[in-house]
Ligand binder design. Structure first.
Ligand SMILES: C[S@@+](CC[C@H](N)C(=O)[O-])C[C@H]1O[C@@H](n2cnc3c(N)ncnc32)[C@H](O)[C@@H]1O
Length: 255
């Protein structure tokens, strides 16, 4: 049986996420999320922002276009290559984005960013709690003193309140279908999903196994990694974290 680490590497590295998950991503939301990041963190133009597990840089590019210096870190070579290809285009060539293909548990300490963001439930919760702590500790060392860190993930309480054992998504434009069957592991607070994706004659089956943390658990984990939590929100517009907020956004500061 594949280890959790192998499963996740395959999930992203095979291009499955880019292909099928793209169906779920509303790109108009990216701008809203970046506006939220800027409102909640308040970085001065030119500051250095680390987009930690940033995929192919949908947030990095917008931030760099607004005048920030960005480091984009992700472990999937295909995601980093996609960002590099985009950066090579004339329109984006002048942007200050440095791409790093690295595991988040080995975030290079020499980055020394002023801010870090971790958007759309990325990396944290995928493996074990020990892995998450190791990753957060390496992030801490890669930031300047008093640097702020915004972590955006799913809200465990919303998921429990609205739990759907089955869900499906259909793209009328190109007739792609994505079906997800979920099971909740109550002893480990992990959501385990079987995913079926159909695109014409192509059928892909895969699995997702993901730990969902409460705010309290993440705050404690951040504390162990030497971050002090400053604020907690339920969305990028600064609304409260409660049973009805879909997101959990934690702003913390390196001690
Ligand atoms: C849900 S995607 C979101 C990407 C990006 N933050 C966004 O909002 O578009 C999660 C990302 O985390 C990356 N990732 C997962 N585990 C990682 C790890 N151990 N180290 C570095 N990146 C990782 C994946 O390759 C993927 O790009």
């Amino acid at each position: 049986m594949e280890s959790l680490e192998e499963q996740w590497k395959e999930f992203f590295g095979s291009g499955f996420y880019t292909e099928a998950w793209g169906m779920r991503t509303d790109y108009s939301k990216t701008k809203e999320q970046v506006d939220g990041v800027l409102n909640l963190l308040g970085p001065v133009t030119g500051s250095h922002i680390l987009d930690w597990c940033g995929g192919w840089g949908r947030h990095s590019f917008l931030l760099a276009q607004l005048g920030y210096q960005v480091t984009l870190l992700d472990f999937a070579p295909n995601h980093i290559q996609r960002a590099k290809n985009k950066l090579a285009r004339k329109k984006y060539r002048k942007l200050k984005i440095k791409c790093l293909c690295k595991d988040f548990r080995e975030t290079p300490p020499e980055i020394q960013a002023d801010f870090a963001i971790n958007m759309f439930t990325s990396g944290i919760g995928y493996l074990t709690q020990e892995d998450d702590l190791k990753a957060l500790q390496s992030l801490n060392l890669a930031l300047k003193p008093k640097a702020k860190f915004l972590l955006d993930t799913m809200n465990l309480f919303w998921i429990v309140k609205n739990y759907q054992s089955d869900s499906g998504r259909y793209s009328p434009k190109d007739e792609r279908v994505l079906v997800e069957k979920r099971n909740f592991n109550f002893l480990e607070n992990r959501n385990v999903s079987e995913i079926f994706y159909f695109n014409g004659l192509q059928k892909i089956e895969t699995k997702l196994d993901h730990r969902l943390y409460s705010a309290l658990e993440l705050i404690n984990l951040l504390k162990q990694a030497d971050f002090e939590t400053l604020e907690v929100y339920g969305d990028f517009d600064g609304s409260p974290y409660n049973f009805d907020s879909k997101r959990l956004i934690i702003i913390s500061q390196k001690n």
